[in-house]
Design a protein. Structure first.
Length: 120
């Protein structure tokens, strides 16, 4: 009995150590694949949407053009945030694809708003 107790006291810490090393690796953060610039770019995009709405509320063509120009600038700034992130550190392949998808989406939105912009 004494032998069994001594062996348990000796082997128990080793068993705990073995369990600690067999733990699964830590889970990836939930937003690891989301572009880091996402929040800041979305804020710029929201401001651009407000500028377009303001353009629709005025009859003054010059003022409307100014609002569209503001919106286009904000959307280009948002796209630039993604471009900079892609150059600096795209991270995981999933994040890289997400960055590229956001850039494509913003490019398309810029194209559409540019076409909507009133011209003299």
């Amino acid at each position: 009995m004494r032998w069994l107790l001594c062996s348990f006291l000796f082997l128990a810490p080793l068993g705990a150590l073995g369990c600690a090393t067999s733990e699964p690796p830590p889970a990836r953060p939930a937003n690891e694949d989301q572009p880091r610039a996402f929040q800041q770019a979305r804020e710029l995009e929201d401001q651009a949407i407000k500028a377009v709405k303001s353009a629709h509320q005025t009859r003054d063509v010059t003022k409307r053009q100014e609002f569209y120009d503001i919106a286009l600038g904000q959307l280009r700034d948002a796209r630039k945030l993604y471009e900079d992130e892609l150059i600096r550190d795209p991270g995981t392949p999933e994040r890289r694809r997400a960055i590229e998808a956001e850039m494509d989406r913003l490019s398309e939105r810029i194209r559409r708003i540019h076409e909507e912009r009133p011209h003299r």
